[in-house]
Write a protein that binds this ligand. Structure first.
Ligand code: SF4
Ligand code: SF4
Length: 130
């Protein structure tokens, strides 16, 4: 990761259907217990090598709902392990944190664009068409 879904999610299912690596679970399976869809950061590859942009954000009808988060790299291990935002899966009792296995991420997305709440999707009126 990754990208993250915020509380403006309307549980429409579009993102789940479009994720190439099945990284998204629905509200009934959201491990945080919140009533929204959830991106499993330990699975998300930011669509690297499959699409040019995160397909979940591209199809999401709730503009701004899906935002950039930090890369799923060892540098940000504490961010994903200690945050209340995530409930990482485990394998043989070991938490699948970035130290366990890093994931691909969009290297062209700079750090200043990352962090919970940084939009992936830009509303049409915000695009610089000039
Ligand atoms: S960015 Fe791509 S890989 Fe990650 S959750 Fe969205 S669709 Fe899936
Ligand atoms: S596409 Fe957007 S609104 Fe629909 S379930 Fe996914 S995050 Fe929620």
């Amino acid at each position: 990761m990754s990208v993250i879904i915020d509380d403006t999610c309307i549980t429409c299912d579009a993102c789940l259907q479009n994720c190439p690596v099945n990284a998204i679970v629905d509200d009934s399976e959201n491990p945080t217990g919140e009533n929204r869809y959830y991106v499993q950061p330990e699975k998300c590859i930011e669509c690297v090598g499959v699409y040019d942009d995160p397909q979940c954000a591209a199809i999401c009808p709730s503009i701004g709902c899906i935002t950039w988060d930090m890369p799923y790299s060892k540098e940000f291990d504490a961010h994903f392990v200690n945050g209340e935002t995530y409930k990482l899966g485990t394998k043989n009792g070991v938490v699948k944190s970035p130290s366990f296995r890093e994931k691909k991420y969009r290297q062209d997305i700079p750090m200043e664009m990352r962090g919970v709440g940084k939009e992936v999707q830009v509303a049409p009126e915000e695009l610089d068409v000039g």
